[in-house]
Design a protein. Structure first.
Length: 452
């Protein structure tokens, strides 16, 4: 009788966990359209064209009186958005940890980003400053929301499930991005048939990403559960203590130097990944002279292959270990960028080959990094360590766009800008290769998997 009761409770807990996991996947489904359609495909070339419309005879715009080459404005805006996110994330993370009420904060961040993205419909003429402000708000909100979203992973998945759950989340996101890109491609290519101009079609695609984000976010917000903190009495001071809590977490990490070493390696190579994602369409349109339909098709290819890549690299990790699989992906990133430097202009076939290479390693390298880090977190400190992880995820992602923008500003060459990003993957590879992950897992107080 008692045994049956325990089994029923265990089965109920497992069913509840699976329900939360399925809801969790749907936030990736909701927000990935922003990353794909807005940040990767449409906004870079479109905002650059708007900035060029507003530029002076020398090709410069002057936000706040600062001379900025129109072709660098998008990269600088992305960089500034990440700096804003870094300032906000510790405050929001502290509030979430101390109150246990992540869902209201996730909803606020998600709908702020969705609203700013929807408002991009009004980005026309020479309104480059409006575009920059909306990009900064949307991108910062997306970063804050992802911090909260990813911090659910240790709560909804035990260690043996995290690789699979993390990879499925990425796969959901890439599937969503692929679906909306097909719709975007139809609208963009057949805009005359729909009775709208090319620019209006782009603005509709931008706004639709915001509407999609807001609509699908309802599912995770209904299914995910808040875990009440025992520190409700200090919730009012959470914001003020945000940076102190982050500093305390970093000090605690010094007692686990191998965990900190992994975080440093991830911080660097992930910056390269994020910059390639956000700047690839600028490189394709401005340097290679490729049309918007070619860029959409290439990104669609990335999304489709990324689903298979995320799941395939998850299988490779079970055979060769997560660390070796990630190192292999960093070699592939380096080779892909080097090949991109030599791509001939006006040759879409080779751009598609490059996109295929990116797609095969993109999802897996990010999903496996997230799940590998979960093994390096001391038991009972998942929330605070994942907050630091998210700050590493987003916190240095301003450096890559800044380097890309500065390189272009100084050289006038997007080829020089794209090849400069190789440094992130080479340095990240060297740092990760030096981390003994088995010892790091043991030092963190966790059981060491057979293959890692």
């Amino acid at each position: 009788m008692g045994t049956d009761t325990v089994r029923t409770d265990t089965a109920g807990e497992a069913a509840g966990r699976r329900r939360e996991q399925r809801g969790w996947y749907f936030y990736d489904w909701a927000c990935s359209v922003y990353s794909t359609s807005v940040l990767t495909v449409f906004l870079g070339p479109y905002l650059t064209s708007v900035a060029e419309e507003a530029a002076d005879a020398d090709g410069f715009v002057h936000p706040l009186g600062i001379p900025v080459r129109a072709g660098s404005f998008f990269a600088y805006s992305v960089s500034l958005s990440v700096i804003v996110a870094v300032l906000v994330m510790p405050l929001v993370g502290a509030a979430a940890d101390r109150t246990g009420r992540k869902k209201p904060l996730l909803a606020a961040a998600a709908y702020t980003g969705a609203a700013a993205t929807t408002a991009m419909f009004f980005l026309d003429g020479d309104r480059y400053l409006l575009g920059g402000v909306l990009l900064i708000v949307a991108n910062a909100a997306q970063s804050v929301a992802m911090m909260l979203y990813n911090s659910y992973l240790p709560q909804i998945a035990p260690p043996e499930e995290r690789d699979a759950v993390s990879s499925r989340g990425w796969a959901f996101g890439y599937a969503s991005g692929s679906l909306m890109l097909i719709v975007n491609l139809v609208l963009y290519l057949a805009h005359d048939s729909f009775g709208v101009s090319e620019g209006t079609a782009v603005r509709i695609c931008l706004a639709s990403a915001g509407l999609w984000w807001g609509a699908w976010a309802l599912i995770p917000l209904r299914r995910l559960r808040d875990r009440r903190s025992s520190s409700d009495q200090v919730a009012g001071r959470a914001g003020a203590m945000g940076f102190r809590q982050l500093a305390a977490t970093i000090r605690d990490m010094r007692r686990h130097p191998l965990t900190l070493a992994f975080l440093l390696a991830y911080l660097i190579y992930n910056d390269g990944i994020q910059t390639v994602i956000s700047q690839a369409s600028i490189y394709g349109s401005e340097e290679l002279g490729l049309g918007q339909s070619t860029l959409i098709g290439a990104v669609l290819l990335v999304q489709v292959l990324a689903v298979a890549g995320a799941l395939g690299m998850g299988r490779l990790a079970r055979i060769y270990g997560a660390k070796r699989t990630i190192l292999g992906s960093l070699v592939a990133w380096t080779v892909t960028l080097a090949a991109g430097y030599f791509l001939p202009a006006g040759a879409p076939v080779w751009f598609f080959v490059l996109a295929a290479g990116i797609g095969l390693v993109l999802g897996g390298s990010q999903a496996l990094s997230r799940s590998l880090f979960s093994h390096l977190v001391p038991p009972g400190k998942e929330a605070e360590y994942f907050s630091a992880y998210e700050l590493s995820d987003r916190g240095m992602s301003w450096l890559g766009p800044l380097l890309f923008g500065l390189t272009y500003q100084l050289t006038g060459s997007y080829r020089d800008a794209i090849i400069s990003l190789v440094a992130f993957f080479v340095i990240g590879f060297v740092l990760l290769a030096r981390v003994p992950v088995r010892r790091a897992i043991g030092d963190a107080g966790n059981p060491v998997p057979t293959t890692i």
